[in-house]
Design a binder for this molecule. Sequence first.
Ligand code: CP
Length: 352
Amino acid sequence: MLPPAKQAEVLPIQAPRPRGSVISVEDLSVAEIGEVLALAARLEAEDPLRRMNRLLKRKVALLFYESSTRTRTSFELAAKALGADTALISSQSSSIEKGESLKDTGITLKSLGAECIILRHLSSGAPYLLERATGLPVLNGGDGTHEHPSQALLDLRTMLAHLRGGLTEVHEKTLEGVTVTIVGDILHSRVARSNALLLPRLGAKVVLCGPPALLPEIATQIGPGLAIERDFEKALAASQVVMMLRIQAERLAGVHLDLEDYKSRYQANAPRMAAFAPEALLMHPGPIIRGLELTSEVADGPQSTIAEQVRHGVPIRMALLARALGADGEVAAPPVAKAAKKSPAANPRRRA
Ligand code: CP
């Protein structure tokens, strides 16, 4: 007789959260942010064969309910660079289409051996449900209008590379004297929220800029120390970093926006940048809409860090994965490297 089917274990609400989950930037203390940055630098410089031993044959699931190019690809490349086996599940080609719930999909992935799940979901807070349903570390790849913590961490790494010589030992004053203006569709932006929660903890002044339809006054309640400036040119003149955001047409339901008026007030174009912020870093999390929030000339110009931000995504995501799976310490040299170091006398086949 078959044993009774084992009930899926769903963690009680009060259960401790799995170590290594990062759903919000607030899951990391300032010291832990420094550890992630330092680990990213170490992993980036590590011998690729040694690095592959860190997560060799461990199983990482990428669960994507929304489109993504940067986050999905860089998490996948990061997992593979650490030696993990990856499985990509997207809502268009899985049982999600047949109505399977997030909870049941999570439990299924765990039954298949997944040890960590990267989730992108259209609903804010979905990663908490998945974490509770599976007990696995969950890395938030962007949930609704809530957060996108790995994006904020790679944005931070980009800023530190330009403004602080690539420093990784961060503290509460590391970005003192730096004003970061986040411009555009703040209301719908998980990237804005994660950066607005992260950067002031390191001493940066964060200014939010945009029209009331996309930036209601209540946005200053996202976190402490935030200010609103409606005049883009005034904000530019005070900024060392300008972070442009995409107008999220897919989330604009009910919001009236005159795009021509928006461009005339808030577009980052070459004359505006030259006149008001010729030295500032021009950032954008992507995807960019050329000709709307910024012009091609600015996107491809010398102040733009857009491609560089994408490049920082892989080491940051390697660090988050290694941390989530407890592979952030020292690792043994790979067998291949050890064999190569042996003297010819120790290897009879080579002598022959
Ligand atoms: N920045 C960002 O999240 O891009 P993708 O939607 O392509 O992942």
